[in-house]
Write a protein that binds this ligand. Structure first.
Ligand SMILES: [Ca+2]
Ligand SMILES: [Ca+2]
Length: 81
């Protein structure tokens, strides 16, 4: 789904990003992403978490940054809410 995000949506997503970025370094790392998956998809296996992380980490640097997070959210999250 290619919905354009409204400002308030971006703010809400930013809030989620900051919530899961528990060490506040501006990236979601593996551990933080595992926590995120526990919340949004408790049934996920470790390998699903791993493949999800790799999918979202578009530039493959081992961190999910804000741009990668919001892009993933925009493409995949709209269908859940
Ligand atoms: Ca972090
Ligand atoms: Ca990245």
């Amino acid at each position: 789904m290619q919905a354009e995000l409204k400002d308030e949506d971006v703010q809400e997503i930013k809030g989620h990003f900051e919530f899961f970025d528990t060490d506040h370094n501006g990236n979601i790392d593996h551990e933080e992403f595992a926590e995120l998956m526990k919340v949004i998809s408790p049934e996920s296996s470790a390998s699903e978490v791993e493949s999800g992380f790799k999918f979202i980490d578009g530039n493959n640097d081992g961190h999910i940054d804000w741009n990668e997070f919001i892009e993933w959210w925009r493409l995949n999250w709209c269908q859940f809410i």
